[in-house]
Write a new protein. Sequence first.
Length: 391
Amino acid sequence: LTATPDSDFLGFELLLDDDGRALLERVRGHMTSVVEPVINDHWTRAEFPHDLLPGFAELGIAGLPYDGPECPGRSALLDGMISMELARVDPSIATFFGVHGGLAMGSIQLCGSEEQQERWLPAMARMELIGAFGLTEPEHGSGIAGGLATTARRDGDSWVLDGEKKWIGNASFADLVVIWARDVEDDQVKGFVVEQGTEGMTFDLQEDKIALRVVQNASIHLAGVRVPESHRLARADSFDDTAQVLRLTRMGVAWMATGCARGAYEHALRYTGEREQFGKPIASFQLVQDLLVRMLGNVAASTAMCVRVSQLQDAGTVRDEHASLAKAFSTVRMRETVGWAREVLGGNGILLEHHVGRFVADAEAIYSYEGTREINTLIVGRAITGVGAFV
Ligand code: FAD
């Protein structure tokens, strides 16, 4: 029995130009031939595959949609499809790129001066410098906008940072960590690029995660960390500027969720063609086909929503609530889909060697980061009713 694992059922990739499709193919080939064979081992050991970085750099996908110096400057649609492609094989690698190429490079692209962009973006695009993005704090997650407690105090030509951050991806090995802190003078949130090794900045790796184990998340302790004024992001004057960065990257997470669902669906489809029970491939049973078609429907619907919102990004007409709807919708569909994929694998669904178990676990983190389902729902709720249910 042949099961075709081509889950681009409605041909969304045809919306890309030839160059875009060629890049997608290159990324797909790299992920399936280089990453897939080794990723379960890294996941088990909770280790980041540093040896794979040069190969990733050659793909030229870091900071894909940004048009800063030496950045690729491609469409949001292509960037989204690449995020989906990465997550389709491994959500941890997709998350690594979301942090480095999305959040960290995005902060410098959107909030840095021209001089700051020239200084950092080319090396980040070539992945000679890796970035991290430090916003969340131990006591302030969803409510970070009003609650951010890390402080920045101006002292002559430099700034002194004090506080705690939590969950910061790549932080322990990144060359540059963007730290968001509240200016004690004007009470506004500002961004600072802190170099690895700066005195007073230390890390504790987040141990024993049950999801995205390949991603290295860390708590950051900032005790009297001194950074020069030239490292303060020149165009970040308030949390509204931080929010601009999140607005861009939230769509990347919607695409990743769709990729995570798509990867799980493809493994499940392949498995149902190979596994026999009652003398027949399980793909021939009506109840199994029902689950496969539900999964495919989820993937197609999420992709369609992501495509449309990315087109709005490219047209410059996207609104917060568009990205929030896509993130909330696609992550709910992802959670449902990976659960069904696990179901059709029976007991093998909980074995790492069949990959689906990794997607099930990783989905839990994607569901919550960059705005939980509740927070994204409330952003859409406020837009459609005109009444804000949270501050
Ligand atoms: P909380 O805000 O404590 O929320 C707990 C629950 O309460 C959630 O269900 C939430 O939806 C609900 N809730 C909260 N407020 C309301 C409300 N007003 N109405 C209804 N329900 C509400 N952060 C970074 O800065 N950089 C990173 O690189 C980064 N990487 C991450 C990687 C991973 C794997 C994870 C898990 C997180 C990462 N984060 C990062 C942090 C992430 O963005 C936060 O976890 C997220 O914003 C949620 O915050 P919280 O975990 O503190 O949950």
